[in-house]
Design a protein around this ligand. Sequence first.
Ligand code: S3P
Length: 165
Amino acid sequence: MKSIFLIGFMGSGKTSVSKALANILHINVIDTDELLEKTYETTISDIFAEKGEDVFRKYETSILKQAPTANTIVSTGGGIVEREENIDWLINNGSVVYLETGWETIVTRLKEDTTRPIWNNAGRDKQKLLEERDLKYKRTADVIVQTDGKSPDMIASEILGVLNL
Ligand code: S3P
């Protein structure tokens, strides 16, 4: 089985849906953000603060390209589609699922979040960023699943119903 890569905006539920999928399929799950922090022995917040977003994106591409392309669920960072080379790599190497989530749901889910540098950057228009990225997520995905009002288990079953594994 090709690995399943979950893509979508911050707060779209990639981490919880990836765990639900891995539970059902009894396969490994990895998270590119977690792997990045482990590999570079630092936090994403510190990378953004000390080195900037460009360096973070370089690290992120390198981590993505090391992800197993078979029998694994991979939860990606919301900005994975910011680099065209990541989009190409995803299209060529995985079954890609876009967790499409509405702005209101994202705002509700991330209300208390203090860990995501882009979300917490008052100077960035996050709603516009979602609109811009939405097109990129759709271009990258094999399958699009709406997540608003659904539990991770419901979303996981829906994904398995439409993916040809
Ligand atoms: C980012 C999303 C985050 C993390 C980093 C940048 C983004 O991942 O990779 O803070 O650019 O949207 P999540 O989507 O898991 O929050």
